[in-house]
Design a binder for this molecule. Structure first.
Ligand code: MG
Length: 409
């Protein structure tokens, strides 16, 4: 009888996944009352031995923030709007520290081992920077901070201990596909999937009169209003192309977008040998949130699994960049690099807010973004103020375009 020996071709074990953690992971939830934040609370609630919330932060949703504080017993609570500070202070459990204003959110972003950035839009940039500068693992749902702030975020990302684990479902999928450690030189292309949103298949002429309610009726994902409108214009996918470039250091020629209406394949990596690895699951944000919280381990209790008896087909088609111009505009801004993504993002935030307020039509969103991107001024970026300045210039330009288009209507 021979003793079995370990063959020399055995794959190395994935790093640091062996032992279950003994102490709970300290979690800071910034943007705890929004769509991402409330779903993160559901993940934590399911696994109280594993996760301990140490900080909660919200901009102005006092009732829910206070309720979360009573349930989760954090050490720190932050409220962004200073006018609401006294009300929050009166209602917090005894012994909880209160932090106020934008600085309060930054204080929360320095807490814990994992920081969830679920703030909406460019306002999330200080949170991203603070968490990375403090050497935290950043569970990044706020893609705008990485996209617009890339020149400064990439610098602070090199802080020892700092790490970004994407919560955005497509990038979380790519992160999972790349876990075995292949480098950028082994990646043939990243394939980002897009549901296509509520207007998939419509031509430009059929999109002129679509309303806010239609844009907010996403077929597969339940999300906040800003990202849902971005999904309807495909700006969300365009922003995600830039996000993928920044996260995984893959050049734009190797990032593709395909429409996949079932939202089951969350993205794919094609390697240089032609092999494609995909991540599949139900469209449920609690999976990527839990992935980022538990990384490098896996959540033990899934929020649903695929039912292969019900799943009949997976469709893929090319996006229509003529009808959905925001996708092409974002790709163009990404290729320009520098401050162009900040201009693109600032213009888009102004245009989406104007659309949600009923000031402009859906198809005018792309007009506002295109006009603003055409006015983009490139400067060297030395510090965060340079990015904030570019965002401000873009917003002022976009707002002027919105006002012109309002008058013309
Ligand atoms: Mg996404």
């Amino acid at each position: 009888m021979t003793t079995p020996t370990t063959p020399s071709t055995t794959l190395a074990a994935a790093p640091t996944t062996a032992a279950a953690p003994s102490a709970p992971v300290a979690v800071s939830l910034v943007g705890s009352t929004g769509s991402i934040g409330t779903q993160a609370v559901e993940v934590v609630r399911r696994d109280p031995q594993r996760f301990q919330v140490v900080a909660l932060a919200a901009w102005r949703s006092v009732d829910l923030l206070v309720q979360q504080a009573h349930e989760l017993h954090p050490q720190l609570v932050a409220i962004g709007d200073p006018a609401l500070a006294s009300e929050v202070a009166e209602r917090l459990p005894a012994g909880v520290e209160l932090a106020v204003g934008a600085d309060g959110l930054v204080a929360a972003a320095r807490c814990g081992e994992v920081v969830v950035n679920g703030v909406v839009g460019f306002a999330g940039l200080p949170v991203t920077l603070a968490a990375l500068a403090a050497g935290r693992r950043l569970a990044l749902a706020n893609k705008e901070s990485l996209i617009a702030g890339a020149p400064v975020v990439q610098q602070v990302r090199r802080t020892p201990g700092a790490e970004i684990v994407p919560v955005d479902s497509e990038h979380c999928a790519l992160h999972q596909c790349l876990r075995s450690g292949e480098g950028p030189d082994e990646v043939g292309r990243l394939v980002l999937t897009a549901s296509g949103g509520p207007f998939r298949g419509r031509r430009a002429a059929e999109l002129a009169d679509v309303g806010v309610d239609e844009a907010l009726a996403h077929p597969t994902w339940a999300m906040g209003p800003k990202i849902t409108v971005d999904s309807s214009t495909l700006m969300n996918k365009g922003l995600e192309v830039i996000e993928a470039h920044e996260l995984f250091e893959i050049d734009y020629d190797r990032i593709e977008v395909v429409i996949h209406p079932q939202s089951i394949v969350h993205s794919m990596v094609e390697f240089v040998d032609g092999a494609t690895v995909a991540q599949l699951s139900n469209p449920d944000m609690r999976l990527p949130i839990g992935y980022a919280l538990a990384y490098p381990r896996r959540l033990e209790h899934p929020f649903g699994t695929l039912d292969w008896t019900q799943l009949r087909r997976l469709d893929f088609e090319l996006p229509d960049r003529g009808a959905f111009r925001c996708l092409a505009l974002a790709e163009s801004a990404g290729r320009q690099g520098g401050l162009a993504p900040a201009w693109l993002n600032g213009a888009n935030e102004v245009a989406v807010a104007a659309f949600l307020d009923g000031r402009i039509g859906w198809s005018t969103i792309a007009d506002v973004v295109e006009d603003t991107l055409g006015a983009c001024e490139q400067h060297p970026v030395h510090e965060v103020g340079d990015v904030v300045d570019a965002d401000g210039r873009a917003r002022r330009h976009a707002e002027a375009v919105v006002r012109r288009r309002e008058r013309a209507a």
